[in-house]
Design a protein around this ligand. Structure first.
Ligand SMILES: [Zn+2]
Length: 226
């Protein structure tokens, strides 16, 4: 899953206006931000197997650190814990921890049974929505559009930049998603790692968006600056 995770990050702003969209993206996409790095280091592996699913040609052979349920759970606790240590905001820390963990469950919908429960187990799960292009686009598109809608409801642009930077980011994500769906398979694991690292730019883009938008007051709270 790709834009669905960003949809989760966008939606979380409706629950808590304090964290920047960049931080929400960082949490929702945390394990996929580490994954390309671990591929380049050779700690995790992926094979290119065109036709293995209708949507992606990637065969996720070995990714226990980022994509086992236990791994995701530990990252979630670590992420929320570090945030709490620096910010002392229990509610926001919990939300971010939940977002980190949400990644695994969203991946569970689309992946083949390749997600391990624990790193040392051969039990792997996945509902396999990636076997249907239409099904994937509908489900992931709805999560993304729903997230964008909630973010738009929770914030308002402070200036023209606040509109342009947001809408260009949403359009960029949608275009990259469709290019990925119909593009040719990547040549090798290294290329996947290098291209994957570029996702960090979207996190930066999220911070840029959020700096130019202010939070709409939550019910019962005074308007706060995002
Ligand atoms: Zn993932």
């Amino acid at each position: 899953m790709f834009i669905g995770h960003f949809g989760a990050g966008l939606a979380a702003k409706k629950i808590d206006r304090r964290p920047s969209l960049g931080t929400l993206f960082l949490a929702a996409q945390w394990v996929d931000l580490l994954w390309p790095l671990f591929l380049l280091l050779g700690w995790e592996n992926v094979k290119i197997e065109p036709g293995i699913t209708a949507v992606t040609p990637l065969d996720f052979t070995h990714y226990p650190i980022t994509h086992s349920l236990l791994g995701a759970l530990l990252w979630s606790v670590l992420f929320g814990g570090v945030y709490y240590f620096f910010k002392k905001q229990p509610k926001t820390s919990l939300l971010l921890a939940g977002l980190v963990l949400s990644h695994w469950f969203l991946d569970l919908i689309v992946h083949r049974p390749d997600l391990p429960l624990v790193p040392w187990s051969s039990i792997r799960v996945g509902f396999g929505l990636w076997n249907s292009v239409i099904g994937t686009v509908i489900v992931e598109g709805l999560i993304f559009a729903g997230g964008a809608y909630l973010y738009l409801k929770a914030t308002k642009a402070e200036n023209t930049k606040g509109k342009v930077v947001l809408w260009s980011m949403l359009a960029f994500l949608a275009v990259v998603y469709f290019l990925n769906l119909f593009g040719s398979p990547p040549p090798n694991q290294e290329a996947i790692g290098i291209v994957g690292l570029s996702q960090w730019l979207i996190v930066a883009w999220g911070y840029w968006v959020d700096r130019n938008r202010s939070a709409v007051a939550q019910p019962g709270a005074a308007e706060i600056k995002a």
